[in-house]
Design a protein around this ligand. Structure first.
Ligand code: GAR
Length: 199
């Protein structure tokens, strides 16, 4: 059974989908802890499932490195096989990424390498793109630049705003994330192999 830590910043709708999937008896992964950089609404999903949670408040640390060190200490308590960034809106410090790589993955609401960063949906709309997408990647020390594990196109529709487009992307993200975690758990997707063959 693959053990997973999920890190969030917001509503945690993708976390919720993963928790629902992991509650199925035949799903080969379990979420052991949920962490966040702020008082995230998504903690409610962890509570509902009786999953432990931890908060490492970004605002209480002077530097990214100090914040990341505490995040790493919390993760070390739970020793997950995999860390999923599911809407964590902070870049991790390189020391933490290097310690865990390639076992940190991230979901992103765009078809990477298109529209990386904190505003993937907004940037796709601003660019006038006719299609965008969803991606699941291995986290490296760049901004959404790691090896791509799964991705799928989502059309931009006439009249879309950031909210409507994001709401159409999120179900795709959830499906990709649930499938990627499942494939990692059953050995169908080898993160070390993907990372070592990345350009
Ligand atoms: C998701 O769409 C996730 O891909 C995005 O934040 C949303 C979180 O939603 N993450 C990023 O944009 C990271 N660059 P949720 O809290 O409802 O799961």
């Amino acid at each position: 059974m693959l053990t997973v830590a999920v890190l969030i910043s917001g509503a945690g709708s993708n976390l919720r989908a993963l928790l629902d999937a992991a509650a199925e008896p035949d799903y080969p992964a379990r979420i052991v802890v949920v962490g966040a950089d702020r008082e995230a609404d998504g903690f409610a999903h962890a509570e509902e499932y009786g999953i432990p949670a931890f908060l490492v408040p970004w605002v209480q640390f002077a530097t990214r490195e100090e914040w990341g060190a505490e995040l790493g200490a919390q993760l070390a308590v739970w020793q997950p096989d995999l860390v999923v960034l599911s809407g964590l809106m902070r870049l991790l410090p390189a020391t933490l990424v290097d310690e865990w790589a390639p076992r940190i993955i991230n979901t992103h609401p765009a078809y990477l390498p298109e529209f990386p960063g904190a505003h993937g949906v907004r940037d796709a709309l601003a660019a006038g793109a006719s299609q965008t997408g969803a991606s699941v990647i291995i986290v490296d020390n760049g901004v959404d630049s790691g090896p791509i594990l799964a991705q799928e196109r989502v059309p931009v529709l006439t009249g879309d705003d950031e909210a409507s487009l994001h709401e159409r992307i999120k179900p795709v993200e959830r499906r990709l994330l649930i499938d990627v975690v499942r494939r990692i758990a059953i050995g169908d997707l080898d993160l070390n192999a993907v990372a070592s063959t990345a350009p």
